[in-house]
Unconditional design. Structure first.
Length: 402
């Protein structure tokens, strides 16, 4: 075991606080931590043959690649196997299922092409093992359970393909549960009966349940049903930014009481309320209406919409919150429930980004802000990966007991 891995294990096992750090110590504290970003949407780019994750790209067109992970001292990352929610027709169900497998295939291909510096990861311990080998750990999470299509057996199918968490829904209701942002309102009053099956199957397999995007009632249903801790892979604090995608105090308290973790999302609209008068916001709203509230008629239309979204951001740059604003959310969680229940899920390549943190290469700047606020080396190790790894291990252990 190298010194970095040994240090993080000792800190987490002993629970001892490090000495107060000076600003000059921030980079070393960042390097010593096992750092994990629990949500990015980079696999959508793998469907384009021209995107090479082994080469360095530039924001805003891309915010994640292996060279910038190395620059930013990021050891592990969860790539989202994302499918947008469409009408639940047989055709759309089949398309979502096929797209999920295509995205996994293309991610496997991209990682294999860079096998000297990255490897697919499947267990909590893989993050440490691969860091020791000098490689980046690439995990898979599924954002939106749409591809399951009322077939609980598909949970195991995707687990066997390497998926280690499922974000139960996305921006609209699905067969599993209600979404926090579906304009049509609740459909199931929380989890559906099929959703209960999915939760049980995820617990059985040792797959992490992700409650980001789901409705408040669905969250409470999950907390009642799950026999293992859960995560919010990319959510922030509602008391600071009143958005239905964020978690209120009661939810955060219950999440922590059950041993889970909230991974603060650094997407601007979840850090600070959006300026609804800005050209960026108004142009995006026009685009949402144009594409029928993101109900795409084809994959080509989806790609076109994303291209137009990026063009808006280039021509009408959004006024983004800062790292300090994002760390306010971390501070809030720590004061509310303690240091053991908070982490970071950037949502890069899916809208995430701050004025002074535009890609994964900028992650040490977050640690610099944490040090300025008095967080210790132990605290930083927990925020950047230790808390999440604890949950991951507990989910694995719960499955072993099932």
């Amino acid at each position: 075991m190298n010194m970095k891995a040994l240090g993080i294990v000792c800190l987490l096992l002993t629970g001892l606080s490090s000495c107060e750090l000076k600003p000059a110590d921030a980079l070393e504290a960042h390097r010593q931590a096992i750092t994990i970003d629990t949500h990015v949407d980079t696999p959508m780019r793998f469907l384009r043959d021209t995107f090479d994750i082994g080469k360095e790209h530039q924001a805003p067109s891309s915010r994640v690649d292996l060279p910038r992970m190395e620059k930013g001292g990021l050891d592990a990352i969860f790539f989202a196997i994302f499918t947008g929610q469409r009408q639940r027709t047989d055709e759309n169900n089949t398309l979502a299922y096929q797209m999920a497998h295509e995205m996994i295939d293309s991610t496997e291909k991209a990682v294999k092409a860079n096998s000297q510096i990255a490897e697919l990861a499947y267990t909590a311990e893989d993050a440490i093992r691969l860091e020791q080998a000098g490689k980046r750990a690439i995990y898979l999470g599924m954002e939106n359970g749409f591809p399951l299509n009322k077939e609980a057996s598909r949970v195991e199918e995707f687990y066997n393909r390497g998926v280690r968490y499922i974000t139960l829904s996305h921006t609209k209701n699905n067969d599993i549960c209600d979404s926090s942002t579906d304009k049509e309102g609740p459909e199931h009053d929380g989890l559906s009966p099929f959703g209960n099956e999915v939760v049980k199957e995820m617990n059985r397999l040792g797959m992490i349940i992700d409650v980001s995007h789901i409705s408040d009632k669905a969250f409470y249903d999950v907390m009642d049903q799950s026999t293992a801790p859960v995560i919010a892979s990319h959510s922030s604090v509602r008391a600071i930014c009143d958005h239905p995608r964020n978690m209120d105090d009661s939810m955060i308290k219950l999440l922590a009481a059950k041993g889970g973790v909230i991974q603060i999302c650094i997407l601007g609209a979840y850090i600070q309320p959006e300026d609804t008068t800005s050209l960026n916001y108004l142009k995006h709203e026009e685009l949402r209406i144009k594409y029928n509230n993101w109900n795409y008629s084809s994959d080509e239309q989806r790609k076109q919409a994303w291209a137009e979204w990026r063009a808006i951001d280039e021509h009408y740059p959004p006024l983004l919150p800062s790292i300090a604003d994002a760390v306010d959310h971390i501070d809030y969680v720590v004061k509310l429930v303690g240091i053991d229940y908070v982490g970071i899920g950037s949502d890069f390549d899916g809208g995430g980004g701050l004025s002074d943190c535009v890609d994964v290469a900028d992650f040490p700047k977050i640690t610099e802000e944490l040090v300025k606020r008095g967080y210790t080396e132990t605290d930083i190790a927990k925020i950047w990966g230790g808390n999440f790894l604890r949950v991951f291990r507990q989910v694995e252990a719960a499955a072993e007991r099932t």
